[in-house]
Ligand binder design. Structure first.
Ligand SMILES: NC(=O)c1ccc[n+]([C@@H]2O[C@H](COP(=O)([O-])OP(=O)(O)OC[C@H]3O[C@@H](n4cnc5c(N)ncnc54)[C@H](O)[C@@H]3O)[C@@H](O)[C@H]2O)c1
Length: 313
């Protein structure tokens, strides 16, 4: 197996690279290092610096390298940035994906795994946790592009016979994460606790209500879903989350308990556009991929905090 991970120099992609290397696969990371780093790329994987928007270059890389599988993680990952500049978001998250899908077909890649977002494709759902058959109703450009990405991937499957699976992640946290993604709050809290700096908790409805509720999934579990999807789940989208709702304040308290520290906490009002609550039901992935989240939140937060503490030492 020779696997290409686009975005493999980033937070999640680099953990997926670790998991594929552990399988004994040859791993090539295609990344423009716009938010990822060379240091994130595990030893044993090869980095090709390239922008997925460069359609010709991506096609040439795929022709030369002859990948058997592709796990597509490269993306513009910030919801606020997508609201600010929907054009740029679509260039990376739609046009970039089309470069990759076209190159997959031309180079006869066996299977492409598309990374979607369970936190945004369902929009403001009427009931939680969301299941895969719930309506796709994204409420911001990032979610719109991820939803379009699923439809494009499905189209390339139908039209060109490309095997595919879409993985809809909830809020992914863990070592190496950056503060800009959907679970960026974990990275922000770790850094501020280590610096002894004050922390803000934004309310879901009002100051003091403990903040929004989110579904946090550990990055090692997400990497395991990418391993499962190499051979299973063809032609389907799967929620990769836990169904469990955790309030921002509870997340902070768990991190403070791990750290054995306290910091000043400011409880603020809600931020515009923040969803009050979001969680996704992973039952379909249990059947279709044989995947279940394994890492308990307290354990994952402890691993994450230790990573940030070591990086600061
Ligand atoms: N972090 C989360 O909670 C979360 C939740 C749902 C979905 N996702 C998705 O998971 C994937 C990985 O996210 P992440 O949190 O690891 O973010 P990340 O920013 O750490 O990783 C993204 C990687 O893509 C690379 N990249 C960006 N634009 C590129 C381009 N034009 N060409 C080539 N490479 C490019 C970046 O350099 C980076 O290494 C993304 O598709 C994201 O939308 C993340």
């Amino acid at each position: 197996m020779k696997i290409c991970i686009t975005g493999g120099a980033g937070f999640i992609g680099s953990h997926v690279a670790d998991a594929y290397l552990a399988l004994g696969a040859e791993v090539v990371v295609v990344d423009d290092l716009s938010s990822g780093t060379r240091e994130n790329v595990p030893r044993g994987a090869r980095l090709i610096e390239a922008d997925i928007r460069d359609r010709r270059r991506i096609a040439e890389i795929f022709r030369t390298e002859r990948f058997t599988h592709v796990s597509h993680h490269a993306a513009q990952i910030s919801v606020p940035a997508s609201v600010q500049d929907p054009w740029f978001d679509a260039e990376v998250n739609v046009h970039g994906l089309l470069s990759v899908l076209g190159a997959c077909v031309e180079a006869k890649v066996e299977k492409c795994i598309f990374v979607s977002s369970g936190g945004t494709v369902y929009g403001n759902p009427a009931r939680l946790p969301c299941v895969e058959d719930d309506p796709l109703a994204p409420a911001n450009p990032y979610g719109i592009a991820k939803t379009a990405g699923e439809f494009y991937t499905r189209f390339y499957g139908r039209e060109h016979g490309l095997r595919w699976t879409a993985l809809r992640y909830s809020n992914v946290y863990g070592p190496r994460q950056n503060p800009h993604g959907e679970a960026g709050v974990v990275a922000i809290f770790c850094s501020r606790i280590l610096a002894g700096a004050p922390v803000k908790v934004y309310g879901a409805c009002a100051p003091g209500d403990g903040g929004c509720e989110r579904d946090y999934v550990y990055v090692g579990d997400v990497a395991a879903a990418n391993v499962a999807a190499l051979a299973k789940g063809d032609g389907e989208a799967f929620n990769i989350g836990t169904s469990t709702l955790t309030r921002t304040r509870a997340l902070l308290d768990a991190l403070l308990a791990t750290a054995g520290r306290t910091v000043p906490v400011e409880e603020c009002g809600p931020r515009p556009g923040d969803l009050r609550a979001n969680s996704i039901d992973p039952s379909k992935a249990a059947g279709g991929l044989g995947w279940r989240p394994e890492v308990a939140l307290e354990d994952g937060l402890a691993l994450t905090f230790r990573h940030f503490a070591a990086a600061r030492a």
